[in-house]
Design a protein around this ligand. Structure first.
Ligand SMILES: Cc1cc2nc3c(=O)[nH]c(=O)nc-3n(C[C@H](O)[C@H](O)[C@H](O)COP(=O)(O)O)c2cc1C
Length: 380
């Protein structure tokens, strides 16, 4: 299915090399002030061709709202948004119409449907995420009116990671969205270009990441890494027992992003492997909220969720992206009909999807959070 959400429902549509991509939103409350200029900056952050380490596909990604908004306010009716594709080059994909790309979805789409989009991966292309980012812009706007912020950043590229102390700091004090948009102003980095290129907020780590990505790009190879997301300003009590736990829905949303292979919340895998119960537990302390029924915690290994319900601390999570499958290195593989062959991809591809994945992770986290806020309103 191409639908996510329970009250705030998002449908995305469109193929990579078709006419357009976009989304339809249902459940957006009426009267919300929003228009194209509020959405465009989010798309600009996802857009290809922003630096030498992303794909050179050139798209202006201009969004048009087709319905559900009038005179800059939502009507409460379905909202449709469209972004026309501009830079389609079907000839780049002539070879892959005969040979399924190793690591891509050509083979599985063919087996499932017996038919598939002729070029560029169709719905499996990251172009599909344009619709998610449009929806995410609505969700971010809605959440900001509830003082909830969603921010993500590149945490690691292959073995190069943000130092642990910087990471710990960011989990408690995530940069505000505005600061992230004003590239280079966060953490008083003196090198906005490196940050803009990698979306890693630690200058020294970002520089090493660029070097590593460029090295692999020269070898026509690719690499993966991780993105960390932080949701701050959340009230306690969001999330539904038992199957629609906050982190279960968040995990589903993240794992639906192309190239995502792993998800963890809070202390995650390392907590399970390296910590004891006494180290991992977050003991309660009185909160400074002024409401006696609310408690805080002295640490946040849970990542802000207990029993699938937010506890009022920041929700933080990490998402693992695999090395991009489309590479220029010669690979021994077979054609669709099983004939041995070699494949050396030309086309335009991201040597590392991490920088472009950040706004997609933020969009999906915002979509899930908005849905839970609306679900909770039904209860209160
Ligand atoms: C922002 C972004 C850009 C991507 N760009 C490419 C690309 O240029 N080439 C490629 O092979 N895959 C790219 N992908 C990943 C593929 O879409 C993905 O690997 C493919 O759909 C197969 O799905 P899977 O990796 O989740 O199994 C990108 C993913 C994201 C999130």
């Amino acid at each position: 299915m191409s639908i996510i959400g329970s009250v705030f429902r998002v449908t995305t549509f469109g193929e990579s090399h078709g006419l357009a991509v976009g989304c339809v939103l249902e459940g957006v409350p009426s009267g919300m002030e929003i228009s194209e200029p509020d959405i465009q900056p989010y798309l600009d952050r996802r857009r290809p061709g922003q630096s030498s380490i992303t794909t050179t596909r050139s798209e202006s990604d201009s969004v048009q709202i087709l319905s559900g908004v009038e005179l800059g306010r939502t009507l409460g009716t379905p909202i449709a948004m469209i972004v026309y594709n501009e830079d389609m080059r079907k000839r780049d994909y002539e070879e892959t119409s005969r040979i399924p790309r190793p690591g891509h979805a050509d083979y599985t789409y063919q087996v499932k449907y017996g038919y598939r989009a002729s070029s560029g991966g169709g719905r499996a292309s990251a172009r599909e995420t344009v619709g998610r980012v449009c929806a995410g812009a609505f969700a971010q706007k809605y959440l900001s009116s509830h003082d909830i912020q969603v921010v993500a950043f590149v945490d690691s590229v292959m073995e190069i990671s943000i130092p642990e102390d910087v990471r710990e700091h960011l989990l408690v004090h995530p940069p505000s969205q505005t600061e992230v948009d004003e590239l280079g102003r966060i953490f008083s980095t003196t090198d906005p270009t490196t940050f803009a290129t990698t979306r890693c907020p630690d200058k020294a780590t970002a520089a090493r990441m660029v070097e590593r990505i460029c090295e692999l790009q020269r070898k026509k190879d690719s690499c993966g890494g991780t993105v960390t997301g932080v949701i701050s300003g959340l009230p306690a009590g969001l999330g539904e027992p038992v199957f629609d736990k906050f982190h279960a829905e968040l995990g589903k949303a993240m794992l639906s992003i192309p190239a995502v292979k792993g998800f963890e919340v809070g202390s995650g895998f390392s907590g399970s492997e390296r910590m004891t119960g006494s180290e991992n537990n977050d003991c309660f302390i009185p909160s400074d909220s002024g409401r006696p029924e609310l408690l805080s915690t002295s640490s946040n290994h849970a990542g802000g969720v207990l029993g699938g319900i937010t506890n009022g601390q920041n929700v933080f999570f990490r998402v693992a992206f695999k090395p991009v499958s489309s590479i220029g290195v010669e690979q021994s593989t077979t054609t669709f009909d099983g004939q041995p062959t070699t494949l050396e991809l030309q086309g335009r591809h991201d040597p590392c999807v991490l920088p472009r994945a950040v706004p997609i992770v933020e969009a999906m986290a915002a979509i899930v959070t908005m849905d839970f806020v609306l679900r909770q309103k039904v209860r209160n």
